[in-house]
Design a protein around this ligand. Structure first.
Ligand code: RB5
Length: 144
């Protein structure tokens, strides 16, 4: 189960991602926003991050204009590793190396076709589990 959310800058891109999740039969909860009206990305980012950190959802997807603001908010929640990705290499690497649990993208940065491929890569790539990566993530956790 995926937790997904956006602000107005990521709203149109979220509709594309939701359509792909529906097509693939991937279950999700949409945390909003539900219209293109201006809203504040920290609230949505925090809500999705809290739900993922609590273990209620396997992974999260967050969308704002750049992917940056909403990921900054999400990364304030202990246990969250939210990664802004603009290509499939980043999505694959952040899963394999960082065990990222939230994908963030920018609706004003990536087009819908690329965003769907990035999402697919993120959701289908496993953490490598290699010791050096585990240790580095533990060091991040200690900062929390
Ligand atoms: C909203 O205009 C914009 O600032 C927001 O979507 C995001 O890009 C922030 O990082």
């Amino acid at each position: 189960m995926i937790a997904i959310g956006c602000d107005h800058g990521g709203f149109a891109l979220k509709q594309e991602i939701l359509a792909w999740l529906d097509h693939e039969g991937i279950e999700y909860r949409d945390f909003g926003c539900y219209e293109e009206k201006s809203c504040d990305y920290p609230e949505i980012g925090h809500a999705v991050a809290k739900a993922v950190a609590a273990g209620d959802y396997e992974k999260g997807i967050l969308l704002c204009g750049t992917g940056i603001g909403i990921s900054l908010a999400a990364n304030k929640v202990p246990g969250i590793r939210a990664a802004v990705c603009t290509d499939c290499f980043m999505a694959e690497a952040t899963r394999q190396h960082n065990d990222a649990n939230i994908l963030a993208m920018g609706g004003r940065v990536v087009g819908p076709g690329l965003a769907v491929r990035i999402t697919e890569t993120f959701l289908n790539t496993e953490f490598s589990g290699e010791e050096r990566h585990v240790q580095r993530i533990q060091k991040i956790d200690k900062i929390d």
